[in-house]
Structure formats: C-alpha cells, structure tokens
Write a protein that binds this ligand. Structure first.
Ligand code: DC
Length: 228
C-alpha cells in the first residue's frame, strides 16, 4: 500500500443506500468504488445457473476453481465479468440477491472473494461497500461507516429501484420479507457476519436524503484525514 493511499469501509444491511452513497463519495474524494456485494451476487448467479445448493460446499469449491471473476472499476460504473460475460445487470434480480446471501455464508466463497478485495484495496485508494469490510476484510481501513435504515424504509426504496428498472411484479410485502430474510441470514452467519465495527460511525439514513448522508460522511472523513 502506498503511503497516501486510503481505504473507506462502508458496511450495512441490504437497501440502506450503501451503493449510491459510496458512488457519490468516491466521486467527491476522487477515488474508486468497489461494490463487494456485486461479487457475491456473481457467485450466487453462477451457482443458480449451475443448479448448486449450499449443502454441497465441495461442489461450490469445484465451481469456484473453474470460475473467472473480474471486476472492472471505473469512475462511471463498475462492471462484473463472470467467465468473460458481463453480468452487471443479470446480478440485480431478486433471485440473484437471495442466492448471493445464501452462498455468501460458505467459507469457501468468502475466502476467495475477500482475497480479491484485499488485493484490489492494496493497489489503489478505494471505498468498499459491503457487510464485513470494517470488521474482517480491512480492519485497518482509514475510516469505517455503518450505514443503516429502518427495514420498512429500505423495502420502500428497494421497490422503487425495482420499478425504475422495469420490474413491476414485486409487492412491498415481498420486498420487505426478502430484506428481513437477508438481514437475518447476513447477520446470523458464522463467518464475518454483518455487524458494526467498534470503531465505525453509525449513520441512520431513515429520515435523511442521500445528500445529507453524503455530507455527513464527507465531514467525518475530512476530520479523520485532518487528524492523521
Ligand atoms: O450489497 P448487496 O445487496 O449487493 O449484497 C448481496 C449479498 O452479498 C448480501 O445479502 C450478503 C452478501 N455480501 C456479503 O456477505 N459480504 C459483503 N461484503 C457484501 C455482500
């Protein structure tokens, strides 16, 4: 890692707005954004396509050995290539979300993706959004933020996102159920569960606009960089 390189860990539950906030912060700070959830989604998608279940960790390990996962970071939009195919849109379906949460419990999946994330953070300044960045992937991150919001508000935002992408089939109740299922599963797994790092600041976005959240986090980051 170069001396003036920084890493920002932005963790929190599904639908708290991490990706949007991380993208805006990255632009403001002139660094790149790595959405680590997209990596778990790509693995979940491949497992779904291959017809694997989480009971057979050995089969998942074999699948990973022959899987090529590439994450291309740019100032506009991250792209995820799965065995050469751009799956950036395919990983955004509700099925891929659930598969990502299911398969991310498996140590064999986490070890592979965490290694890739650490290698990327070693090469450049990054803001990483995920569940375990501050607690497990980069415990020495320059600063750590835990972004959350009430489940009902997260479901409302997720539904709007789905509708904006042309999916009008989901109901608010279904989206809320999915969110609660993923919260339980992400926070309840044995390895690197979703939780706030002791040295992370807590930001609750339930009643805040994206701009307010970004401003608050920017002031916090500036404070930290000023101190060091
Ligand atoms: O942030 P997201 O909704 O795209 O993440 C999809 C799933 O991936 C999430 O339910 C849990 C898993 N995940 C994880 O276990 N660790 C991360 N750092 C990021 C995501």
């Amino acid at each position: 890692m170069k001396p003036n390189q920084i890493t920002i860990a932005l963790d929190g539950p599904s639908g708290a707005g991490k990706s949007t906030v991380a993208g805006l912060l990255a632009k403001k700070l002139g660094i790149l954004h790595l959405d680590t959830g997209a990596m778990y989604r790509a693995v979940g998608l491949k497992a779904l396509r291959t017809g694997l279940t989480t009971d057979d960790e050995e089969a998942v390990r074999r699948m990973l050995e022959t899987t090529k996962l590439e994450v291309i970071l740019s100032e506009d939009r991250q792209r995820v290539l799965l065995d050469g195919e751009d799956v950036s849109t395919a990983i955004r379906t509700p099925e891929a979300s659930l598969a990502a949460s299911d398969f991310s419990k498996l140590p064999v999946v986490r070890h592979k993706l965490v290694e890739l994330q650490r290698q990327m953070a070693d090469r450049q300044s990054l803001i990483l959004d995920g569940r375990d960045i501050g607690t497990y992937v980069l415990p020495q991150a320059t600063c750590k933020i835990f972004l959350t919001a009430e489940p009902a508000e997260r479901a409302r935002r997720r539904l709007l996102d789905l509708q904006a992408s042309g999916d009008h089939s989901a109901t608010l109740e279904q989206v809320l159920q999915d969110i609660e299922y993923r919260d339980r599963q992400d926070a309840g797994r044995a390895l690197a569960p979703l939780r706030q790092a002791e040295d992370a600041i807590l930001v609750d976005s339930t009643d805040c606009s994206v701009e307010e959240v970004v401003d608050r986090i920017t002031s916090y980051i500036k404070g930290i960089r000023h101190e060091s």
